[in-house]
Design a protein around this ligand. Structure first.
Ligand code: GAL
Length: 422
């Protein structure tokens, strides 16, 4: 099976569940035409800096239109996505909003929230600018609905060299499977430091998806979302037991933390490892950390040849009151200079085919080759694998489990039932 066919299969299996927007006229006053409200969750820290780099490009390219920040804090859109849906339902969409490629985008399309962008692509000269595979991720039934900004890898472990050394571990070790990693986690636990920094529910779902990927392999993982992997199988039980074990290496304060807080524990030398998408690279860099000296990274053990894919993109909502301003924003985010500036700051790789890898740091160049040569699978926690309603149910089941309210067997059953909704 081709690498990219995996994702296509997953999307093909979706039944989309969003509700239809209220198309009655918005009651809010008509906004000034020379502004564009951009809705995202890049609202603070390294993510806000990356957004700022897009805003600076926008000011250069479209000086007549003022950027209005509709940012809503909360990693992975944990707060933003609900708010966005309420605004759309109330007939008050922002001029453009951040969306993940895959199931999340398809759900908005099925609900009639998004304008098709085929003509806009031609107007902006975007035909041929992105790979056909990537274009497919932002398309439904062959029609394109979003402009991809950047590509992230989700299955990455970030590690503190000092904490590993203090535990008598060689920071340069590559762990090829979870069992080897458990030995290292145990060694850190013996020093009294936190072996694995974790955060609130979405980061736990993020960890879960990487464990499923490690234990089931790419085909088995994709099969969870398209029905070809049996959720009741002993392999899934074993993966959930590994997840339980990993959660046991985190500290109970995790539910109050967002991803930057968890990564900060690694930076501060309070924790050995954290599993997070490569937006974490930006935080390590901004904290003055040097790769190999202060921190190391490696693919989640057991997932080395796989690229757990997160694609950020922007849209033109149906009923947006300033479509011309939104088009100007989409023009900027699609441009080579903006994509380069953004990814440099964010830790991602540009979506455009013509970006120059030489301007990026070592990690990003390796992410680019992993993306080009690896097996691509859709991220669960970042909306690509399943529709939002299913992800919500999965998140509730994971939260119940990590707060002690259910067993591995319950979790397995809850996940099976959540996915069976599709
Ligand atoms: C993801 C998003 C990334 C990053 C991350 C943490 O969902 O795709 O760009 O923002 O959340 O907030």
């Amino acid at each position: 099976m081709s690498t990219h066919a995996l994702i296509t299969m997953t999307l093909g299996a979706l039944v989309l569940t969003a509700c239809t927007p209220d198309r009655s006229p918005a009651t809010t006053p008509t906004p000034p035409p020379d502004q564009v409200e951009v809705f995202s969750w890049w609202a603070s820290g390294s993510e806000k800096l990356a957004l700022d780099s897009l805003v600076a490009e926008f000011a250069d390219q479209h000086p007549g239109t003022t950027f209005v920040n509709g940012g809503v804090a909360g990693g992975a859109g944990s707060v933003a996505k609900d708010l966005l849906r309420s605004r759309i339902a109330a007939g008050d969409p922002p001029d453009t909003f951040q969306v993940h490629a895959g199931a999340e985008l398809a759900d908005h399309v099925a609900a009639g929230h998004l304008e098709e962008l085929t003509a806009l692509y031609t107007r902006l000269g975007l035909d041929g600018v992105f790979s056909a595979d990537l274009l497919e991720q932002v398309s439904v039934d062959g029609a394109v609905y979003a402009v991809p900004t950047a590509i992230h890898r989700a299955n990455v472990v970030w590690a503190s060299t000092a904490v590993l050394e203090a535990a008598g571990l060689d920071p340069g070790t590559s762990y090829t499977n979870l069992d080897q990693w458990f030995v290292a986690l145990e060694a850190v636990a013996a020093t009294g430091r936190i072996p694995l920094a974790l955060g609130s529910t979405w980061t736990q779902v993020h960890l879960l998806e990487t464990v499923l990927l490690a234990d089931l392999g790419a085909d088995g993982y994709v099969g969870l979302w398209d029905g070809s992997t049996d959720w009741a199988s002993p392999e899934v039980t074993a993966a959930l037991e590994d997840f339980e074990r990993l959660v046991g290496y985190s500290d109970p304060g995790r539910d109050g933390l967002d991803w930057p807080d968890a990564a900060q524990r690694v930076i501060d030398g309070d924790a050995a490892f954290t599993v997070m998408g490569d937006w974490a690279l930006a935080l390590f860099r901004e904290s003055g950390q040097a790769e190999r000296v202060d921190y190391r990274w490696f693919p989640v053990p057991g997932t080395a040849g796989t690229f757990d894919l997160v694609v950020d993109a922007f849209t033109l909502p149906v009923g947006a009151r300033r479509p011309d301003a939104a088009e100007a924003w989409l023009d900027t985010v699609s441009s080579l200079s903006a994509q380069t500036a953004f990814s440099t700051t964010k830790g991602s790789i540009p979506a455009r085919l013509d970006a120059n890898p030489a301007v990026f740091e070592t990690y990003q160049r390796s992410a680019l080759s992993a993306y080009q040569g690896g097996v691509l699978v859709p991220s669960l926690a970042h909306g690509s694998a399943v529709a939002p309603a299913v992800l919500e149910e999965i998140s509730a089941a994971v939260s119940l489990f990590t707060t002690g309210g259910s067993t591995v067997a319950d979790l397995q059953d809850d996940l099976r039932r959540a996915v069976a909704r599709t």
